[in-house]
Design a protein around this ligand. Structure first.
Ligand code: GLU
Length: 422
């Protein structure tokens, strides 16, 4: 569930390139190699038919973009959303490359999506659409090639259908073809919570660095889906006070604090929407972003913090649960105001990190406890956070540029070692 529609004018792929170009200023990369980094290696568009419940055929358009396979198989989620576009998927694929590199996973980057509002489909239509898309992707995905995962409006059930379709077509069970699967199909304990948990780990470290007590820190969360809701209750468990939440149905504020698990239970009982939750007051999405708080967690879609509202943001820390919530223009404004941004490619990397742990477990057919998963996740997020913070301090750059410097250098290193075929 997401909180708002993206800003229509800002093109995420242009933003992604701008972010990369900012980091390239600090690296020794030839113009040709820089161009290699800017462009996705492969873009796949499929138009495919699905039989609807009333017997009619409806055509859907889906994309899969592999930005890079320099460091390993391509990796990244699949989203279902009416605003999906090729440029959005291109940007998200590139962000996956940097994200996997920041946390040092042996993966490249990819992303996929279907232009659809899944709420308009019946469960049967959703399954047939997912299976046909999985079939269309079969030649380009695989446990050693490209490994999809959940993203906006997709989840464990979606992954189960993709895993089954791929396995039926290839003739052997292939749990490693997707991550974020249900536990009984080779999913990992802790995967559902992993992205939100990683947001919590990095947020707590950012607050400590700024010497802001976690206890009582006011937290505002935009987006109450798998990332935002988990980040919210885990931050609450750490002693923070969640004062506002939102989803597609609107925002809610209570300056005395919202009991996040109670709000979540309410949403579950009301069509997964927080609207009407009686223990908080309604607030618009715009107002929510500008609330006075210590931590703002944009966990919905791209382009929520732009040059138009960045000047009004009063948070001390922005923890990017979503991919691409902040535009480069907004980054400049936030930096001038001394707001610390924990960039998406670091902040929300917990999801793909536990995806990696899931894939490793699938390969060895041996599974770890939730405690083991969370300990490994915390270790990786901790190392990555401080590696990025060190670069930011030593090179006097913001956290996003620092994360890019670390990630891009890692990709450049392997690209140069491997060389360019032939
Ligand atoms: N969709 C998530 C992301 O944006 C997870 C990707 C994955 O686990 O491969 O990071």
């Amino acid at each position: 569930m997401t909180a708002a529609t993206p800003h229509k004018t800002a093109n995420p792929y242009e933003n992604a390139i701008q972010q990369l170009d900012r980091a390239l200023r600090y690296l020794e990369v030839s113009p040709g190699l820089a161009d290699f980094l800017r462009r996705p290696r492969c873009e796949y568009t499929v138009n495919f038919p699905v039989r609807m419940d009333n017997g009619d055929i409806r055509m859907f358009t889906g994309y899969r973009v592999q930005h890079s396979i320099a460091r390993g198989p391509a990796k990244g989620g699949i989203r279902y959303h009416p605003m999906v576009s090729m440029d959005e998927v291109r940007a998200l694929a590139m962000w996956m490359t940097w994200k996997c590199a920041v946390v040092n996973l042996p993966y490249g980057g990819a992303k996929g999506g279907i232009i659809v509002d899944p709420r308009e489909l019946s469960p049967g239509e959703l399954e047939r659409m997912t299976r046909r898309f999985a079939y269309e992707l079969t030649p380009i995905i695989g446990p050693e090639k490209d490994i999809p995962a959940p993203d906006v409006n997709t989840g464990p059930q979606t992954m189960a259908w993709i895993m089954d379709t791929y396995s039926m077509v290839t003739g052997e069970p292939a749990p490693g073809v997707v991550t974020g699967k249900p536990i009984t199909l080779g999913g990992s304990l802790g995967r559902v919570e992993a992205t939100g948990r990683g947001v919590m780990y990095t947020t707590v470290r950012a607050l400590r660095h700024l010497e802001i007590p976690v206890k009582g820190a006011r937290v505002v969360v935009q987006g109450f889906g798998n990332v935002g809701s988990v980040a919210a209750y885990l931050l609450q468990d750490e002693g923070a006070k969640v004062i506002a939440i939102s989803d597609v149905s609107g925002g809610l504020v209570n300056l005395d604090g919202i009991d996040v698990r109670d709000a979540l239970a309410y949403a579950k009982a009301h069509g997964n929407l927080v609207q009407g939750y009686p223990k908080a007051k309604p607030i618009s999405n715009e107002e929510l972003l500008e609330l006075e708080c210590e931590v703002l967690v944009p966990a919905a879609l791209e382009n929520q913090i732009t040059a138009a509202n960045a000047g009004n943001i009063k948070a001390r820390v922005i923890a990017e649960g979503a991919n691409g919530p902040t535009t480069p223009d907004a980054d400049d404004i936030l930096a001038s105001k001394g707001i610390m941004v924990i960039p998406d490619i670091l902040c929300n990397a917990g999801g793909v990190t536990v995806s990696y742990l899931e894939w490793v477990q699938d390969r060895q057919r041996f599974f770890w406890t939730e405690q083991e998963i969370n300990t490994r996740l915390e270790h990786i997020m901790n190392e990555s956070f401080y590696a990025v913070l060190d670069i930011a301090r030593n090179m006097k750059v913001d956290m996003r540029t620092a994360a890019y410097i670390l990630a891009v250098q890692r990709v450049v290193d392997v690209a140069q070692l491997r060389g360019f075929y032939p």
